[in-house]
Write a new protein. Structure first.
Ligand code: PEP
Length: 245
């Protein structure tokens, strides 16, 4: 146990240099909450400039290619993210699983590529509304997690984000009981593969987390922080989420 809370903003395809003062303000917030690890995953084009102003908040990327280099037009390698100033990277976000057709195997390979460059990784998993309504959410998401989990997964470089697809950007969240049940199930699934290491691995909740629901969500024993989209885009919205952690 003793898991330090991790709160990470996912800016998705948002952010130009005009937003650098906002990033600096979020960095200041991070400095005011040293017990919480705070970061922002920004578009690749903004990583270098963001790293220069983000203070106590780390900067991360939102995806990396599984290969180190080559003929992959438009893609970004882990080494490129690192050189630009990223310390972390998100892999397996549901938007990429859907829009880019990324498979569990791709995502495990991306995580390993990031690890090889010394990046820390947030691995996203989550169920569709159909799966939730069918009553299979825990088993489906646990299977997805185990299939996406990279070899050598360890708590000092990997965190999991449970993000129900139907909760992302919708303003809807699962019940607190459902979140708790899922996080307990995911930690148990992790333990089948990595044993006691699962106790130290942070499992974040993501999907419409905001200043109003963050405290209740993060009070759940197995919720170790949040992956936050819309509510991370300004320091004003992100502040209560960070404070809740
Ligand atoms: C996300 O996309 O990772 C996310 C959690 O988005 P939102 O907070 O906007 O639902």
């Amino acid at each position: 146990m003793g898991r330090r809370k991790l709160v990470v903003g996912n800016w998705k395809m948002n952010g130009l240099r005009a937003q650098l003062p906002e990033i600096a303000a979020i960095g200041e917030l991070a400095g005011q909450h040293p017990a919480v690890e705070v970061g922002l995953c920004v578009p690749a084009t903004l990583i270098e400039a963001a790293s220069g102003v983000s203070g106590a908040a780390f900067i991360g990327g939102q995806d990396c290619h599984q290969k180190a280099s080559g003929a992959h037009t438009g893609c970004v390698s882990a080494a490129m993210l690192k050189e630009a100033g990223a310390g972390w990277v998100i892999v397996g976000h549901s938007e990429r699983r859907m829009d880019q057709g990324e498979t569990d195997a791709d995502i495990a390979a991306k995580a390993l590529a990031a690890r090889a460059e010394g990046l820390k990784v947030i691995l996203c998993v989550g169920e569709s509304l159909d799966v939730r309504d069918a009553g299979n959410a825990e088993s489906v998401v646990s299977a997805q997690l185990l299939a996406s989990l990279p070899e050598g997964a360890a708590a000092d470089w990997l965190a999991i984000a449970y993000e129900p697809i139907w909760a992302i950007g919708t303003g809807r969240i699962p019940t607190m009981e459902a979140v708790e049940t899922m996080h307990v199930a995911l930690r148990a699934a992790l333990a089948t593969k990595i044993g006691a290491e699962a106790d130290g691995m942070r499992i974040l909740y993501g999907g419409s987390m905001n200043g109003e629901n963050a405290a209740e969500l993060m009070a759940i024993a197995d919720v170790d922080g949040g992956l936050v989209g819309g509510a991370s885009l300004t320091a004003g919205k992100f502040a209560p989420v960070i404070a809740a952690a």
